[in-house]
Design a binder for this molecule. Structure first.
Ligand SMILES: C[S@@+](CC[C@H](N)C(=O)[O-])C[C@H]1O[C@@H](n2cnc3c(N)ncnc32)[C@H](O)[C@@H]1O
Length: 283
């Protein structure tokens, strides 16, 4: 069992459930092998981190143990996935995931105790012509590298739900000056290069500091520009990105994550994006 998240966690998982259900139904009569890949799989169930993530009214509802994304995917049964790949770097959580194998006879479950970026890269390289996958990227924070996103997009066979860690990234980007070189290198890894986040987000300070002959930069407070920046990147590599994304807020109404959907298959992207966008815009 993993302790994390808050009300936003349930929201993203219910969005995922609706999509998996509709997506497998839409592809029911096509001759593809459908694979569900949970790249940050957890233990199968989760419990909220602490009551402080919730308003008092909400907490009663969230005190219990909840189904995590692997269980949600396994429950899809109108047209079940042909294979489930659960990637999780913590060995203990993999042991809990392994308990799902005898509990779900007939489901082809493959558990990988590995780093998600490495395991996904290998997964992409080994996809067959008739394989189609939905990949759920549900990290705690900034674990997903741009290299991985680019690789997923290049397969032309993968649809992706991406939980982008808005608040963690906003914290890495000070508003009054540019990030330290150490943080900048991490941002380069997440966005795929300095030009993709630095110029779009930071601008020169007002005249006053120019007189002082400093080249200081600043950014507008908030996370809107950061989310736009990442969406632009996704649009560069995927065939289509759902026009609607979902901001997941904490109980103080601050954005924690932005949930994006992106599709990579030329023929299938419009159907996949239509399904995802319908769910996102009616949530
Ligand atoms: C937010 S939790 C995932 C929850 C899960 N999707 C669910 O709905 O129950 C993130 C998980 O990713 C795992 N994790 C963190 N970094 C990882 C990495 N680099 N590769 C694989 N798993 C990682 C953590 O151990 C944790 O279990």
């Amino acid at each position: 069992m993993v302790r994390f998240g808050g009300p936003w966690t349930r929201e993203k998982l219910e969005i995922l459930r609706s999509y998996l259900d509709d997506y497998t139904t839409a592809l029911k009569y096509l001759d593809f092998k459908l694979i569900y890949v949970d790249a940050f799989a957890g233990a199968g169930t989760w419990r909220p981190e602490s009551p402080t993530s919730y308003s008092t009214a909400e907490y009663g509802e969230f005190r219990e143990l909840h189904e995590g994304s692997p269980l949600i995917a396994l429950e899809i049964d109108d047209k079940p996935f042909d294979e489930f790949v659960f990637i999780e770097k913590e060995p203990e959580r993999c042991h809990s995931l392994a308990e799902l194998i005898p509990k779900n006879p007939g489901r082809n479950i493959n558990i990988r105790n590995e780093d998600a970026n490495l395991a996904l890269s290998l997964f992409c390289e080994n996809m067959g012509n008739f394989d189609r996958a939905v990949v759920f990227l549900d990290p705690f924070a900034t674990e997903v590298s741009w290299y991985t996103i680019d690789k997923l997009a290049r397969t032309g066979k993968i649809d992706c739900w991406i939980l982008f860690p808005l608040s963690a990234i906003a914290r890495m980007m000070p508003t009054s000056h540019e990030p330290s070189e150490q943080l900048a290198l991490q941002l380069d890894r997440i966005f795929g290069g300095r030009e993709y986040w630095d110029e779009p987000v930071y601008h020169n300070r007002d005249q006053l500091s120019l007189f002082k002959n400093t080249l200081e930069k600043e950014r507008k407070p908030g996370s809107e520009l950061i989310a736009d920046c990442y969406r632009n990147r996704l649009e560069e590599v995927f065939v289509e990105v759902a026009p609607t994304s979902r901001k997941l807020l904490n109980s103080k109404n601050s954005p924690m994550f932005e949930l994006f959907f992106a599709a990579s298959n030329r023929k299938g992207a419009s159907v996949a994006v239509r399904i995802a966008n319908h769910i996102l815009s009616n949530w």
